[in-house]
Design a protein around this ligand. Structure first.
Ligand code: HEC
Length: 96
C-alpha cells in the first residue's frame, strides 16, 4: 500500500513539474512575442492589415520555424533558438 501511495505522489509531482514548465514557456514566449513580433502582428497577434501581416494566433512551432527560415519579412528573426520558437508557440496557443 505504501508503494502505491508513493507511486501516486511521484506521478502527481511529475505532472505538477510539467505544468509549471509549460507556464514558464508561455511567459517567456510572451516576452519574445512582445519584443520581436508585436510590432507587425499586433499586441494580441490578431494581425495588422496596414502591414499586411496575418493573425498568428495558435500558430505551431513548425509553422513559425518555416516562416522564419523562408519569409524575407522574418529575416531578422533567424537568431531565435528552437526553444524560443517553442515558447512562442506555447504563448500563441493561449490566444486562440
Ligand atoms: C517586419 C514585420 C514582421 C515581424 C517583425 C514579424 N512578422 Fe510574421 N509576418 C509578417 C508578414 C507581412 C507576414 C505575411 C507575409 C509573409 O509570410 O512574409 C507574416 C507572416 C507570418 C506567419 C505566417 C502566417 C500565415 O498564416 O501564413 C507566421 C507564423 C508569422 N508571421 C510569425 C511571426 C513571429 C512568431 C514573429 C516574431 C518572432 C513575427 N512573425 C514577426 C510580418 C512580420
Amino acid at each position: 500500500m505504501k508503494k502505491v501511495i508513493s507511486g501516486i505522489a511521484l506521478i502527481a509531482m511529475v505532472c505538477l513539474l510539467g505544468s509549471l514548465s509549460r507556464a514558464e514557456d508561455t511567459a517567456n514566449g510572451e516576452k519574445t512575442f512582445k519584443a520581436k513580433c508585436a510590432a507587425c502582428h499586433g499586441a494580441d497577434a490578431a494581425g495588422k492589415p496596414a502591414m499586411k501581416s496575418p493573425s498568428i494566433k495558435g500558430k505551431t512551432a513548425e509553422e513559425i520555424q518555416k516562416v522564419i527560415s523562408s519569409s524575407p519579412k522574418h529575416a531578422s528573426l533567424k537568431s531565435l533558438t528552437a526553444d524560443q520558437v517553442k515558447e512562442l508557440a506555447a504563448y500563441l496557443a493561449t490566444l486562440k
